[in-house]
Design a protein. Structure first.
Length: 252
């Protein structure tokens, strides 16, 4: 399937999705959001891991303000919930998603990045939530995802001041998990994706779906859910096969 705002390729079970609006610094408009939703909905079993990157000099500069339109409160609510729905499909779609971050990872671009499971930034990356300076508020999930990563207090300061974190700061705060030299984020993301693709599918699924949900639960409910996820993963034929291979290697 061809898309207007993204490029998609699949090789060795890794789907590479590239935001393709470089002239707009890959700013997120309705068309890009529609393409992301359609793409994640249509990925088949031949894609077990996804790499998400941006064409040009930036990952994503966030909401495309050039397409801003006056909406009623209800229309704004619905538009925000659409962003939430698309990013939920990325985070909880069952496939590990690795993002390669460079240049601007700003506003909605940061919201998109934090819906991915493994984030690799190169030294050109910078992180910012400038919505306060635009007279608006985050609507793509930052108050949940970014707030959980860096804490509500720091996110509040980030929004009030428009503070920009460089790549080193972002890595230190957890906005990225890996920091590499400029121009190397995609290579490292691909390497990690290939490594993740060798994991047992049920283990990947449990890591994606269980851990985030457990983080929102009480201790008792979290421990119970952990046991359920362990029961599903560890009783699979794949788990038994891999355990036997490991034990046989040790005996050898």
């Amino acid at each position: 399937m061809k898309y207007e705002n993204i490029l998609v390729s699949i090789e060795n079970s890794i789907a590479h999705i590239r935001l393709n609006r470089p002239a707009k610094r890959n700013a997120v408009n309705n068309g890009l959001l529609q393409d992301l939703e359609a793409c994640f909905d249509s990925l088949g079993s031949d894609a077990t891991v996804v790499v998400l990157s941006g064409e040009g000099e930036h990952f994503s500069a966030g909401l495309d303000l050039s397409e801003h339109q006056v909406r009623s409160p209800f229309e704004v609510l619905q538009h925000s919930q659409w962003w939430h729905k698309v990013f939920q499909k990325i985070q909880f779609g069952g496939r590990p998603v690795v993002s390669a971050l460079h240049g601007a990872v700003v506003g909605g671009g940061l919201e998109l990045a934090t819906s991915t499971h493994v984030r690799v930034a190169d030294k050109s990356a910078f992180f910012q939530l400038p919505e306060g300076q635009r007279g608006i508020f985050v609507g793509g999930g930052a108050s949940v995802r970014v707030g959980k990563i860096i804490g509500p207090d720091r996110m509040t300061e980030m929004m009030l001041t428009g503070r920009r974190y460089n790549a080193e700061d972002g890595y230190r705060l957890g906005l990225s998990h890996y920091l590499v030299e400029q121009g190397q984020a995609l290579d490292e993301a691909m390497r990690l994706a290939a490594q993740i693709a060798t994991n047992a599918p049920l283990s990947n699924w449990a890591s994606i779906t269980a851990v985030s949900n457990i983080g929102d639960m009480s201790m008792a409910n979290g421990l119970y859910t952990e046991s359920l996820a362990a029961a599903i993963a560890q009783s699979s034929d794949e788990a038994n096969r891999r355990m036997q291979e490991f034990l046989n290697r040790k005996k050898g």
